[in-house]
Design a protein. Structure first.
Length: 312
């Protein structure tokens, strides 16, 4: 049994934590949402999956001082909160703690490395989808695969052991020695679908079903792929197409993107981590990315109006 900390227990963090707790591990959810903490403490975490629901007993807190040093810290906070949450939880992280980020966008692993006193930092990519429907209640969109890998170019023994731990708890996972290639593949999906779903309110499948929107998503993916290639990660055009086809044919097609859910909830989005950091790299490399720039500007404008209390 491992002592596991979920750093950022929103929808996906709560689902991961709940499944790992069902797998027999000592899991604590850490979230800034007090209502979620109180609901989980009083009634347990309700997981809705495949038309049925169940209650999982699991610890939850919004107080960093409640956290005992974990064996494994899984970071699932929004990228906008990575540095803050790492600093809050740093006193509980020690040299023996293994840390893994399953976050969207670029730059999170570098922030964790700078803030936490451990050399055991791994990268994660997941296709799992979830919605926090209300405090204490999370809906799963299927047991989709995750990848775990070292940040360097080698297969990590620790990654293999975490794959066994995750898979045994109903979170199918595999280890990879090509983490950054997998990271960019996930990021390409994010740039294709995050903005188009966020700005229209459509599901991923809904975006793909409209030729005009699907074309925009495809151009965003191609521009991001060019930036990835300039950084040494190259995907053939047929592989890029397969990425879009794969997500549209999966259970994730029924889901709105996390960026859309952020806008609906009145929260800041991850536009900087998903779009801004790619655009910065494109500018340094002299690569034109007009579709990415347009999507990012529209999301930023929508978010600015929303957070200022005006009409988006």
């Amino acid at each position: 049994m491992a002592k596991i900390l979920i750093a950022g227990a929103g929808a996906l963090g709560s689902l991961f934590g709940g499944l790992l707790a069902e797998g027999g591990h000592d899991v604590t959810l850490f979230t800034r949402r007090r209502d979620h903490v109180e609901a989980v403490r009083s009634k347990g975490l309700r997981i809705i999956e495949e038309g049925a629901s169940r209650i999982v007993a699991i610890a939850a807190t919004d107080n960093p001082q409640d956290i005992e040093p974990p064996d494994l810290a899984i970071v699932l906070a929004k990228s906008t909160a990575t540095q803050v949450i790492c600093r809050q939880l740093a006193p509980s992280i020690h040299a023996g703690t293994t840390c893994i980020s399953f976050q969207n966008g670029l730059g999170n692993e570098e922030i964790i490395t700078a803030e936490w006193p451990t050399g055991q930092i791994l990268g994660g990519i997941t296709s799992m989808g979830a919605t926090l429907e209300t405090a204490g209640q999370v809906r799963s969109y299927g047991r989709l695969p995750s990848l775990i890998g070292a940040l360097g170019a080698r297969l990590s023994d620790r990654a293999n052991s975490l794959v066994a731990l995750f898979t045994a708890s109903g979170l199918p996972a595999t280890a990879t020695d090509r983490f950054w290639e997998a990271k960019w593949q996930k990021l390409l999906m994010n740039v294709a679908m995050s903005g188009t779903s966020a700005l229209t309110g459509l599901t991923i499948g809904g975006v793909a079903a409209m030729p005009s929107l699907a074309a925009i998503a495809g151009r965003a993916l191609e521009e991001a792929a060019a930036v990835a290639s300039a950084g040494g990660v190259t995907l053939a055009p047929q592989a890029q197409r397969a990425l879009l086809d794969g997500i549209v044919s999966s259970g994730a097609a029924r889901n709105k993107t996390s960026m859309r859910r952020d806008l609906e909830a009145g929260r800041p989005t991850e536009v900087e981590a998903i779009y801004g950091r790619i655009i910065d790299r494109a500018q340094r490399a002299g690569i034109p990315v007009p579709t990415l720039e347009t999507l990012a500007a529209l999301i930023e404008g929508f978010e600015h109006a929303m957070l200022a209390g005006g009409e988006p």
